[in-house]
Design a protein around this ligand. Structure first.
Ligand SMILES: Nc1ncnc2c1ncn2[C@@H]1O[C@H](COP(=O)(O)OP(=O)(O)O)[C@@H](O)[C@H]1O
Ligand SMILES: [Mg+2]
Length: 228
């Protein structure tokens, strides 16, 4: 469904990605691992067209999206739960959810079923929500675009343990629905339980990829590339 080939991305004159290669197949849950500052969010920004790749190719459902505008990439079927949530502070929960909703499958009622807390808070403004509620809102908003591929960038970061549990339960539910997901997260144990495959990014290059089982049998990867 998604394929990155030799993707190179820069911020001005500073190069961050140096030929990233990765693939996410239909129905797969794939993680992108790596220490802080290795380029994970930059890879996501390149996929979404927010910081376009300077070289290389990004294909989505067979189409070259490398040089497309970000709103077209979103419309083509990629939903993003961005790092830092980025919900609209001056819109209500309900307005945040319906602002970009489209397509068939997920609707407001199903999102409220997934996260009952959002139903209780539907008339509150975005800036009145707790961190956990904001994260649920960011996930609900992305799901309501009914994406073929959903990308999570640090969705469980900075949340209370009880809320994290909700977020992982949501991701397991998406897996059971055969949703295709690319996920970036700091919780390795949770990733190993939920993901089919993993890529490790180090200084803008993929240095390892494999299944959860292969990862468990390669302790040097953790030590050398993830600093654990
Ligand atoms: N907007 C930006 N302008 C310049 N440099 C940036 C910008 N965003 C990130 N960087 C740099 O790019 C590198 C990779 O960052 P990032 O992709 O956010 O890493 P990660 O998500 O893996 O923590 C870091 O060195 C970071 O300082
Ligand atoms: Mg990041």
């Amino acid at each position: 469904m998604l394929e990155l080939q030799n993707v190179e991305t820069c911020y001005g004159s500073s190069q961050v990605l140096f030929g990233v290669n990765m693939q996410v197949g239909q129905g797969e849950i794939v993680s992108l691992l790596g220490r802080n500052g290795m380029g994970k969010t930059t890879a996501v920004r390149s996929i979404m067209g927010l910081t376009p790749a300077r070289a290389g190719t990004i294909r989505f459902k067979g189409q070259d999206i490398s040089r497309q505008k970000s709103f077209r990439i979103a419309r083509a079927g990629i939903g993003l739960v961005p790092e830092g949530r980025q919900i609209f502070p001056n819109l209500s929960v309900r307005e945040n959810l319906i602002a970009t909703s489209r397509g068939q499958g997920w609707d407001l009622a199903k999102i409220y079923g997934l996260f009952p807390r959002l139903a209780e808070r539907q008339n509150n403004m975005g800036n009145q929500l707790s961190g956990g509620e904001q994260q649920m809102l960011a996930i609900g908003r992305a799901l309501l675009t009914n994406p073929d591929l959903l990308i999570f960038d640090e969705a469980s970061e900075g949340l209370a343990p009880v809320i994290r549990t909700d977020i992982w339960a949501c991701i397991r539910k998406l897996r059971d629905l055969a949703q295709t997901v690319l996920i970036i997260d700091g919780n390795l144990d949770a990733l190993m339980a939920v993901c089919d495959r993993h890529y490790v990014l180090e200084k803008g290059k993929i240095v390892w990829n494999g299944s959860s089982e292969q990862f468990a049998n390669a302790p040097e990867i953790k030590k050398n590339h993830l600093g654990i």
